[in-house]
Design a protein around this ligand. Structure first.
Ligand code: HEC
Ligand code: HEC
Length: 535
């Protein structure tokens, strides 16, 4: 689908909206006829969106990369080396860390450029707040209004289904949430067998009374009339939830509604620049402060990330990206598809100088010659006038559970390691939730001397005991494999469903026999696991 600028200015829309109470408070996003939103469906979607069990590793929920306090984007900043594949150069991208690469059985595998580390996305995560109003989603708009069932390929939603199209991607993406080769059938089977939100804490009351100890098939029966947990239903529920993530009550909304004094003096001055000398309204127009169009504004050369061109194949779309909403933009730093602008002031300077790369750049972008005062006013408008106070207050719809990865149940390093002859301190990769009964827990020892015999040294909790401590287990991992100097061992293991383990701790370090290292051994930092139970 091609999208064009509507050409309507903010000023026109603001005028049209005058007198209407609160523009977005009343706006209900469009939904596909096949997927009407109901309160129960939105609650099921909320459970799925915040459930880390949607990922194959049980470490990534949709909400891991999309947090309200970050305007629906990702507070965790990972670095992708960008087009040139080299870290530390100008084309690096601030992206979202996803899963560690693993094979179909869940065993971690070395994968460049992120060996045994969370893989980082090639673009900055966008906000999910108000995404429901966009006719197409992702920076390149590849999630379009027609949704095809991920199993059958049949059209399952005929219009307004960009959210459904989008939600079909991450759960089977081996960089974000999946193992290599994971299918949507695997995802649906995993959800059907999972206890809803088993890894979450602080589940909001309305969500917890909806779940009420039931399993997912029971929740699906409640919402869809039968207990089948299908990919399409998972996607439909998540999209229905996202249609509730609408921001409202911003000073800007009250201004549009004609309220006197809704904007402070500096905010009003900033809006005047936004709508005037800054020409921002040309692409960021209307109550959503976007025209949903695609433009090459010259953030980076188009060959690095061709953007919209990847979807349409039309040469003029090279380097074009979706014009984002300015609602709640202050929360979403860093900015642009590559996260290259750290602050709103940096963004304003970017526009003031007419962008950075001019090949194929939109003719709407040119040097602005704003005064220092105009720039400051513009930043002020963006910083405060478009913020929905419900986000900071975490009131509905912006209430949410705490994730496993945000809690103190993540295994943590309690003592440093020692380097091997390759100059690296080997490390244990232990990210998955150590709950009793976890059938497949992935572990890896990475960055050891290749070919070196390796062991896991495991003790009970408490201060790290000396190697000769009486209560320990030494588990042989065999010689480390891998290419080049750096070897690894990786495997999965089951954590017994033993209630006496709950609350107990265990400390683990990897030991690599490395004759050229100090004392002939390279040792990983010590990682402490605390076993927990799921409700
Ligand atoms: C590993 C981090 C990660 C996970 C997990 C993740 N996302 Fe995203 N999300 C991203 C990134 C990065 C983008 C931008 C990608 C692009 O444009 O190519 C994005 C884009 C989006 C968008 C588009 C917003 C817009 O304005 O176009 C929506 C909606 C969204 N994600 C929802 C979800 C949902 C629903 C899930 C779970 C099924 C999910 N995400 C899981 C990182 C993630
Ligand atoms: C020609 C259309 C156009 C004009 C004019 C325009 N923008 Fe943008 N804006 C975009 C597009 C497209 C992007 C995304 C570009 C990218 O990431 O490569 C964007 C991104 C942004 C972002 C980053 C948002 C985020 O979530 O990362 C901010 C902030 C922003 N614009 C503010 C402004 C301001 C302020 C002005 C006026 C000085 C302005 N824009 C003028 C099209 C435009």
């Amino acid at each position: 689908m091609r999208l064009r600028s509507t050409g309507r200015t903010l000023a026109t829309l603001a005028f049209a909206a005058c007198g209407a109470a609160n523009v977005l408070a009343q706006a209900v996003p469009p939904s596909p006829p096949e997927n009407p939103t109901t309160p129960a469906k939105a609650l099921l979607g909320k459970a799925l969106f915040w459930d880390e069990q949607l990922s194959a590793t049980k470490t990534m929920a949709c909400g891991t990369c999309h947090r309200f306090e970050q305007g629906g984007a990702d507070p965790r900043l990972g670095i992708h080396p960008g087009f040139d594949g080299v870290f530390g150069t100008a084309d690096d991208v601030v992206g979202s860390p996803g899963v560690v690469a693993s094979d179909a059985a869940g065993v971690y595998q070395p994968a460049a450029p992120f060996p045994f580390a969370p893989q980082v996305s090639k673009r900055r995560a966008q906000g999910v707040i108000d995404a429901a109003f966009a006719p197409a989603l992702f920076w390149d708009g590849r999630a379009d209004a027609t949704f095809e069932d991920p199993i059958t390929g049949a059209v399952a939603a005929t219009g307004f289904a960009a959210l459904e199209s989008q939600a079909a991607e991450p759960p089977v993406n081996a960089g974000e949430m999946a193992h290599f080769g994971s299918t949507w059938s695997d995802v649906a089977a995993r959800i059907a067998a999972a206890k809803p939100l088993a890894l979450a804490l602080d589940v909001p009351p309305a969500l917890s009374s909806f779940v009420a100890g039931r399993d997912y098939p029971a929740l699906f029966r409640d919402v869809f009339g039968s207990s089948d947990v299908t990919p399409q239903r998972i996607v439909f529920a998540i999209a229905a939830y996202e249609r509730t993530l609408v921001s409202s009550d911003t000073p800007f909304d009250r201004y549009l509604a004609g309220e006197d004094g809704a904007l402070t003096e500096p905010e009003s001055e900033g809006l005047a620049v936004f709508d005037g000398a800054g020409k921002c309204f040309l692409c960021h127009s209307g109550p959503l402060l976007t025209n949903h169009g695609f433009f090459n504004i010259g953030v980076r050369p188009a060959f690095e990330d061709p953007g919209r061109f990847l979807v349409t194949g039309v040469p003029s779309d090279l380097g074009r990206f979706k014009s984002p909403t300015m609602r709640n933009v202050a929360l979403r730093a860093p900015y642009f598809h590559d996260g290259s602008a750290a602050t709103l002031a940096d963004v304003v300077e970017f526009y003031d100088r007419g962008g950075d790369f001019h090949d194929g750049q939109s003719e709407l972008i040119e040097p602005l010659g704003l005064t220092v005062a105009q720039k400051a006013a513009l930043v002020q408008f963006l910083a405060t006038a478009t913020l929905d106070p419900k986000i900071a207050l975490r009131t509905p719809p912006f209430d949410r559970p705490t994730l496993y990865t945000e809690s103190d149940r993540v295994p943590n390093v309690v003592a440093p390691g020692t380097a091997g002859s390759n100059g690296l301190v080997p490390r244990l990769v232990a990210l998955e939730p150590p709950f009793v009964g976890n059938p497949s827990y992935a572990l890896a020892l990475a960055d050891g001397l290749r070919g070196g015999p390796a062991f896991l040294f495991v003790t009970g909790g408490g201060p790290a005991p000396a190697l000769q401590s009486a209560t320990f287990a030494l588990i042989a991992l065999g010689p480390l494999s891998g290419a080049g100097a750096n070897g690894f061992a990786s495997f999965t293991t089951a954590i017994p469903r033993d209630p006496t383990l709950v609350g107990s701790t265990l400390r683990m370090r990897g030991i690599v026999v490395d004759p050229a290292a100090q004392a002939g051994l390279a040792i990983t930092p010590t990682v402490e696991f605390r076993f927990f139970d799921t409700p």
